[in-house]
Design a protein around this ligand. Structure first.
Ligand code: NAD
Length: 490
């Protein structure tokens, strides 16, 4: 299916216009469901990026001079336009990711909510008023925009990823260049179209298509870009931090995860199994927050394992609303995962279910991996320490709560973590001691809402939080203004 809203060749949005690249190059976008080319997208390079940054820089004086309330009103119009066209937007998301329309509608709804929350920040935009050590003085803080924001995103939840960055960057008064994920060019382009129709002034948001090194790297290196906000892998995030750091540009990194879900011996095992399945496999495991390490106390391990295997075998894989999850985004990701599973097997890990590509007639053309559960992998093995970003989870035995906590923390990552227990003491102790930016008790490794800070510790990020009001700290400078009440007394 090719939704009517996706053009055969997806252009960039620069200065309010759709443009091809200077060299006229394009690249292919393949459907994860059929494996076939769906269309092409502009293959931007340094000259195209320079033009997009120039457009954003030109638009900055007028946009930043508007009041935050006025900017919020424009962004609210963008969010309303998204809601009005939610079905169309979701159809684009579903077509290029292979997720079901139902899942795409849910994601789109979340993106609209993100837009509404951040648009509302235009009417809050709080600073701090405080006192001074000196008499006759008062201090207050105000937020100021930084300039041009460079926004670089992953493809996994493409409209959510756009909304998480664009709305806070713009409400703060920055203008922006957004580099779409090469696996999800149409969603970002369609967002640009809706924003344009909603009245976002030309040049405030420029959207460029292309590959990371060709179209992303020039954004990070350009001295006109004051803040780089990146969602993607830890390896690329490290390189971005290096380049942005060398020129002292602000940098926000939302990176990968290898998230633990701990099941204690006092847990409701049925519920825990249900949440473990959702945490591991929803969106085909392509979530930074996916629960890919399931740590189970020894006394309930066999019972829980059986429940989990049984539920995983019942999952339906495909692009329909009646399916539980769809394909992964591209063949490279599928091959990489299969290779890691194969290496784990050769090192002695056991595949409890799945473990391979789905090769039957309904799935053979798409990039489908069976829901995969693995046990007996060492906690230090590649499969335990590397993010796979697919429908693969490993089970680990822990002798007691302390060992479960140790295993949870034995990871280079620290994004989300979850515990299933009926004990308030264990829940609180876990929440206090687990190394993660988000902790969940008795549910799944899900934990983002528009008004809450999301982000990780260790190699999952560099300490910033998006979204929530905390995202405003990424995209603005605080200025401290000190007022003297009566100059004659100073
Ligand atoms: P990736 O790092 O390969 O690519 C992400 C983006 O960076 C793409 O747009 C890509 O073109 C661009 N890029 C690649 N190399 C670049 C370079 N040298 N300079 C500038 N830009 C470059 O990641 P991916 O495989 O597409 O996405 C999956 C990753 O994203 C996973 O690690 C996942 O955990 C992470 N992720 C994190 C969050 C979060 O909020 N923490 C959310 C979603 C995804």
């Amino acid at each position: 299916m090719h939704p009517p809203d996706i053009p055969q060749t997806i252009p960039n949005w620069i200065d309010g216009c759709e443009r091809g690249t200077a060299a006229g190059e394009t690249f292919a976008k393949r459907s994860p469901v059929t494996g076939r080319e769906m269309g092409r997208a502009a293959r931007s390079r340094a000259a195209d990026i320079a033009r997009a940054i120039g457009s954003a820089a030109d638009a900055f004086p007028d946009w930043s001079a508007q009041t935050p309330v006025a900017r919020g009103d424009v962004l609210m119009a963008v969010a309303r336009t998204m809601r009005h066209h939610q079905e169309r937007l979701a159809a684009v998301v579903a077509a290029e990711t292979g997720m079901s329309l139902k899942a795409a509608l849910a994601e789109t709804g979340g993106a609209v909510a993100q837009g509404e929350f951040m648009a509302g920040e235009g009417r809050r935009f709080f600073g701090r008023t405080t006192t001074s050590a000196a008499p006759n003085k008062q201090a207050m803080t105000v937020r100021e925009p930084l300039g041009v924001a460079g926004l670089i995103i992953a493809a996994n939840t493409p409209i959510a990823n756009v909304a998480w960055k664009v709305f806070p960057a713009l409400v703060c008064g920055n203008t922006a260049v957004l580099k779409a994920a090469e696996d999800a060019p149409a969603t970002a382009w369609f967002f640009g179209k809706l924003a344009h129709e909603a009245g976002l002034p030309s040049g405030v948001l420029n959207i460029v298509q292309g590959f990371g090194e060709e179209a992303g790297a020039p954004i990070v290196a350009d001295p006109r870009v004051a803040v780089v906000s990146f969602t993607g892998s830890t390896a690329v995030g490290r390189e971005i931090a290096r380049v942005a750091g060398a020129r002292l540009a602000r940098c926000s990194l939302e990176l990968g995860g290898k998230n633990p879900l701990v099941v204690c011996d006092d847990a409701d095992l049925e519920k825990a199994a249900e949440w473990a399945v959702r945490s591991a496999f929803s969106n085909a495991g392509q979530r930074c927050a996916a629960g890919s390490r399931i740590i189970v106390l020894e006394s309930v391990y066999p019972t829980f394992r059986d429940l989990l295997v049984q539920r995983s075998r019942q999952l339906k894989v495909g692009p329909e609303d009646t399916d539980d999850f769809g394909p992964v985004i591209n063949p490279g990701q599928l091959e990489a995962m299969l290779a890691v599973v194969q290496r784990a097997r050769s090192e002695g890990a056991a595949v409890l279910t799945g473990g391979g590509r789905l090769n039957d007639a309904a799935h053979a053309d798409g990039f489908y991996m069976a829901p995969t559960l693995i046990e007996n992998a060492s906690p230090d093995a590649e499969i335990s320490t590397h993010e796979l970003f697919g429908p693969v989870a490993c089970l680990y035995r822990a002798r007691n709560f302390a060992e479960a906590l140790d295993l949870a923390n034995r990871s280079p990552y620290g994004l989300t973590a979850c515990i299933h227990t009926r004990s308030i003491h264990r829940a609180l102790e876990f929440a206090r001691r687990v190394q993660a930016g988000v902790v969940v008790v008795n549910a799944g490794t899900f934990g983002s809402e528009p008004h809450m800070p999301f982000g990780g510790v260790k190699q999952s990020g560099n300490g910033t939080r998006e979204p929530g009001t905390e995202a405003l700290d990424v995209y603005s400078n605080l200025k401290n203004i000190i007022m003297t009440f009566d100059p004659s007394l100073a």
